[in-house]
Design a binder for this molecule. Sequence first.
Ligand code: GRG
Length: 294
Amino acid sequence: MDLNKYLLDKKILIENSLKDIALSFHDCPSPLRDAMEYTLFSNGKRIRPILAITTCEAMGKSCDDILPFACAIEMIHSYSLIHDDLPTMDNDDMRRGKATCHKAFGEATALLAGDALLTEAFRVMSDNRYTERTNSRITKQLIFEISSAAGAMGMVGGQVMDVLSEGKEGTRDVLHYIHTHKTTALLRASVRVGAIFAGAKVRELKKLTKYGESVGLAFQIRDDLLDAEGEEMKVGKRLKKDSTKQTYMKHYGPIASKIRLEQLVEDAVQAVQFLGRDSIILAEIARFVGNRVA
Ligand code: GRG
């Protein structure tokens, strides 16, 4: 199986669906629309929607009707990057190899573009135009999954702890809270969305949740390692910025961090073994996350 081709095919599928959704932004003031589209279409990996689709297909269900939910997750991810880059948070000038949204459009427009992407994600999931073929009980369940992962008890909770613990000594418990909420929550939810959409039974959902958690934490540890050891040209953003933050490198050092990363990838691969041959792509994605260079 050629994973790169698989990821590219899925990325094109998701981007076509996002382009269709973006047509519905036509009525909003152009600077806002331009800022939203600037970040939404700036060459992200689309790993979260890909996880949702791949999980759904691994469970034997076609991915057509999950696309609006997968795109909503990507819209929420895009909002989080815009806000994370703002001067009041990480104050980054570069993301995905180009100027961050606030550098290109100004702080107020960037802040509002993030707000709009977040809100529009929920419109998409509740708009019959996109989700009428999905059972409304499932739609409600998916909105619950995604909002729980993105909100105060998920990504935003993790982000606030990340911001507040900057420059402090910190503990491994705080580190764990930040990593499992700021980054893992939305990745875990992406997998669960695919599983729930495909009608996973309780035991299957438990295993796929374990896969999502392991991939999510591996993703963030890899991010910590990339910040310390990666190449700016490849990663597409300024590096060595996390030295005042709570990171795996700070609390465990490079060797233990790499061992933990390998273990998490292995845990993810093991968790999906129950799918037999249908686990192959999910396992490959877990390995890709553990080795990613951007
Ligand atoms: C502002 C509420 C709020 C949350 C921000 C996502 C996030 C939380 C912060 C981003 C900071 C960061 C670099 C976290 C590390 C993991 C991460 C989310 C990396 C970026 O995700 P990728 O690699 O990005 O999937 P692409 O560009 O591929 O979409």
